[in-house]
Design a protein around this ligand. Sequence first.
Ligand code: FES
Length: 141
Amino acid sequence: MERKNFLKNFAVGGSILLASPMLFNACSKDEDMGNNNDPGGSSPITVDLTASAYAALGTVGGYAYKGNIMVFRTGENNYLALSKICTHQGCDVTYSHADGNVPCPCHGSKYTTAGVVINGPATANLKKYSVSKNGDVLTIS
Ligand code: FES
């Protein structure tokens, strides 16, 4: 009886131990804030323009988010990237091609496409990133 219980517990415990690295990796890769949020860190991030998640960037005036960065298309071959986190209280900013600025939907702050505050209540600028394009891939650093 004891041996049977030992083998049963060993089998359950072993299964959990084998599965745990997969569970931890699944979370850590998708939520790697350093990779998605700070291209100024160890490595730049890339945006594949052929991916469906970035289909909006196929049109001038479109924008999409990657991690905490908003990438937006201001012209035929002109892409910009700013932090998407409004410096007032952290809402996601958007891009208004018609107005040529970056509004926040929460309390009305607006930024230039360079990330400079033009209308409060935000008082601090958005972080701006460099964007380069090679084929269908944007590199943000
Ligand atoms: S969070 Fe953007 S204006 Fe308040």
